[in-house]
Design a protein around this ligand. Structure first.
Ligand SMILES: Nc1ncnc2c1ncn2[C@@H]1O[C@H](COP(=O)(O)OP(=O)(O)OP(=O)(O)O)[C@@H](O)[C@H]1O
Ligand SMILES: [Mg+2]
Length: 212
C-alpha cells in the first residue's frame, strides 16, 4: 500500500514548520513510517538549486528562470525521493510543494497560470499530494512571527502587498481544489492548530491500511 503524501503550504511565518512537528508527533504515536522533506530541495541536487534560488544576489533573477529552477528541483525531488518512499509505503510530509509555485511564481509575481498548469502536468502529473494543509494566517500576524527570526532570505524581503497576494493566491488554490487543499486557521492557538491538523490526519489514515 502506497504511503500518503502530505504537503504543507502557507506564507512565511504561517506555521508550516510548527505544523510538521505536530504531524511528526502524531505519526510516531500511530507507528506510521514517514519521511520529512521540503521544497525547494529534498535531495542534494534539489538543495543546490534551492541555494541558487534563495541566495540574495545582485543580478536580477528572471521570472522564467526562477520558475524553471523550482520545477527542475521538483522533478528531481519527486523521482529520487518522494515516489520511491511512497512506493515503499512510507508517508511523505513536504514543507511546501506545487501550490507554492502557483502562488509565488504565478499569483504573486503575475506569472502565466496556464504555463504553471503545463509544467504541473509535465513534472508532477498524477503525483499530487493526497492532502495539502494550507496554514492560513493574516499577513500582519505572519510578518510578526517572521520578525522574531534570525535571518531573512530573498523572498522574506518582499512587501506587505506581495504577502497579501500570496495569502490570496493560496486561498484561491483551496477554492479550486477543495478536496485536496484543506484550509487550517493558523491564527488560532497552537492547541487549536494541532487539533485541526489531527482531524485531517485521522481522515487520511482511514483510507490507509499499511500500518505495520
Ligand atoms: N498558532 C500559532 N500561535 C502562535 N505562534 C505560532 C503559531 N504557529 C506558529 N507560531 C510561531 O510563529 C513562528 C513561525 O512559525 P513557523 O516557523 O512554524 O512558520 P513557517 O510557516 O514554517 O515559516 P517559514 O515560512 O519562515 O518557514 C514560530 O516562532 C512559531 O513558534
Ligand atoms: Mg518553516
Amino acid at each position: 500500500m502506497k504511503g500518503k503524501f502530505i504537503s504543507l503550504e502557507g506564507g512565511e511565518g504561517s506555521g508550516k514548520t510548527t505544523a510538521i512537528a505536530f504531524i511528526e508527533q502524531w505519526l510516531e504515536t500511530q507507528n506510521i513510517p514517514y519521511l520529512l522533506t521540503r521544497e525547494p530541495g529534498g535531495t542534494p541536487l534539489a538543495e543546490e538549486i534551492r541555494q541558487l534560488v534563495l541566495s540574495p544576489r545582485e543580478e536580477k533573477v528572471s521570472d522564467t528562470a526562477e520558475l524553471l529552477m523550482m520545477f527542475a528541483a521538483r522533478a528531481q525531488h519527486l523521482a529520487e525521493k518522494i515516489q520511491p518512499a511512497l512506493n515503499n509505503g512510507i508517508w511523505v510530509i513536504s514543507d511546501r510543494f506545487l501550490d507554492s509555485s502557483y502562488v509565488y511564481q504565478g499569483h504573486a509575481r503575475g506569472g502565466d497560470i496556464s504555463m504553471l498548469d503545463q509544467l504541473s502536468r509535465w513534472v508532477v502529473g498524477d503525483n499530487l499530494p493526497d492532502a495539502t494543509l494550507l496554514l492560513d494566517v493574516p499577513v500582519e500576524i505572519g510578518q510578526q512571527r517572521v520578525k522574531a527570526r534570525q535571518y531573512q532570505d530573498r523572498l522574506d524581503k518582499e512587501t506587505l502587498a506581495f504577502h497579501q497576494k500570496v495569502r490570496d493566491g493560496f486561498l484561491k488554490r483551496a477554492d479550486l481544489e477543495p478536496d485536496r487543499v484543506k484550509v487550517i486557521d493558523a491564527s488560532a492557538t497552537l492547541p487549536s492548530v494541532k487539533t485541526q491538523i489531527e482531524s485531517h490526519l485521522v481522515q487520511l489514515s482511514h483510507t490507509w491500511s499499511g500500518k505495520q
